[in-house]
Design a protein around this ligand. Structure first.
Ligand code: ATP
Ligand code: MG
Length: 421
């Protein structure tokens, strides 16, 4: 997707085969009209890496006016940048005129663009592996930037002078880390040096973009490499708004391949602040820095709290163990425990399979209505009574509704100081 068009809504294809088929149709129509046209950027890279792309960007010598005369329904968002949206087979494709980016004033967007040829269009792209074109008709790769070689050598290298290219657009630093982690590539030395130099500044890059990049990195199975690279290159300071930490993010790295963003964030917070008493305060800061959604933030808070409780597993009573093990986010806390202390993880897992025999979260024997029916006033005390009764049920101390009602009366008398019959 063209970087100048982030917010545009688009239709996505139902399969990689459909994506390519539609892209090929658009490209063929432009070619038949006499315009040099290629597939460009990420889709070329991904195909060479043997992963089937679902997003195809098309780069062409046709100007926006020419594109519109060929595809009258093309949407002209970003027309001044030379990017049009063309719909084909229920899929939206970016069709972008070959361009050079003008001067960058805000470290993120060029102030103007000039229409140019394929070579210069390749040179305005960020990394050599993202600067390739594919001619699907001749079945050829067109490489003006040494991208094929770097793809084979598994290297992320800025196109042109890395200092200038990263200074122009600070987001490129985060993209470098994301691509390095996704593909297990290394960042070429000069590019890495330039990132280190510019890392303290992420000016021009919104918190939303920073959060999105981190969301993508930490949701991927190579999240450990991403976290490590961010720390190693000094980007952690500006994205997280806290001091530099070089402790290896081992919990993040050892999470199961499938782990969601809040789980990975919790693991990273613990990795970075092992000795810190109040991880919740750090979570609050991360929420602001990364513009986390309410849902992500409350998941993060819950995982951190569960992780803390899990730390004193052996001293919890059976009821507390069962309540903990049936919490929504317990699997995340357990995944972090697995990453930090395998013997303890095995111990807890075994204990849980024993607890499962008597049910982790059985249906409560009684409800608030049962208590109101025997004359207990409908106040928050009802919750306290029900909790006490449910604890006894979880512990196996009571085994029927009759037992539960008897216990409820005892607790009620204790709390309310009344004799309830
Ligand atoms: P993915 O879609 O998996 O993030 P991608 O390489 O396709 O990877 P996009 O953000 O979709 O990334 O961008 C498409 C292409 O546009 C890139 O391959 C690259 O050539 C170019 N590009 C994107 N962002 C930038 C940028 N910040 N600076 C320079 N070129 C960029
Ligand atoms: Mg893309």
């Amino acid at each position: 997707m063209d970087p100048l068009l982030r917010k545009e809504k688009r239709l996505t294809p139902s399969s990689p085969i459909d994506a390519r088929k539609g892209a090929l149709e658009v490209l063929t129509i432009l070619r038949d009209a006499g315009f040099e046209t290629y597939f460009a950027g990420g889709c070329v890279r991904d195909r060479l890496l043997s992963t089937a792309p679902t997003e195809y960007d098309i780069a062409t010598a046709a100007t926006p006016d020419e594109i519109r005369s060929i595809f009258p329904k093309a949407k002209n968002v970003g027309e001044s940048f030379g990017v049009m949206l063309v719909r084909k087979n229920e899929t939206t494709y970016d069709v972008a005129t070959f361009r050079s980016d003008g001067e960058y004033k805000d470290h993120r967007h060029p102030t103007n663009v000039t229409f140019t040829d394929a070579k210069h269009d390749a040179m305005r792209r960020d990394f050599t592996i993202n600067g390739l074109f594919e001619d699907p008709i001749e079945d050829k790769i067109i490489d003006f930037v040494g991208g094929k070689e770097d793809l084979e050598a598994r290297i992320i290298r800025a196109i042109g002078d890395p200092h200038q290219r990263l200074a122009d657009d600070h987001l490129r630093m985060l993209r470098a880390v994301r691509f390095a982690a996704y593909f297990s590539f290394s960042v070429e030395a000069e590019t890495a040096e330039a990132i280190r130099e510019h890392a303290p500044h992420l000016s021009g890059v919104s918190k939303e973009r920073i959060g999105n990049e981190l969301r993508r990195m930490l949701s991927h199975q190579n999240r450990g490499v991403a976290a490590w690279e961010l720390q190693y290159l000094g980007l952690d300071v500006s994205i997280l708004g806290e001091g530099s930490i070089l402790t290896a993010p081992t919990r993040v790295g050892r999470l199961p391949a499938i782990a969601d963003f809040p789980t990975a964030l919790a693991a990273w917070i613990i990795d970075r602040h092992t000795s810190e008493a109040n991880l919740q305060n750090i979570a609050k800061n991360w929420r602001e820095q990364l513009l986390l959604s309410n849902r992500e933030f409350s998941a993060l808070q819950e995982i951190l709290a569960l992780h803390t409780t899990l730390g004193s597993w052996e001293s919890l009573g059976i009821a507390k163990m069962k309540r903990l093990a049936s919490a929504d986010r317990f699997p995340s806390a357990l995944a972090i425990l697995q990453a930090e202390d395998r013997p303890m993880f095995v111990f807890v897992k075994q204990a849980i399979s024993k607890l499962l025999k008597t049910g982790l979260a059985p249906e409560p024997f009684i409800t608030g209505d049962d208590l109101v029916a025997i004359g207990i006033p409908s106040t928050p005390d009802i919750g306290t009574i029900l909790n006490g009764v449910y604890d006894a049920q979880l512990e196996g101390g009571i085994t029927s509704k009759i037992d539960a009602m008897a216990l409820a009366k005892v607790i009620a008398a204790d709390i309310l100081g009344d004799n309830i019959t």
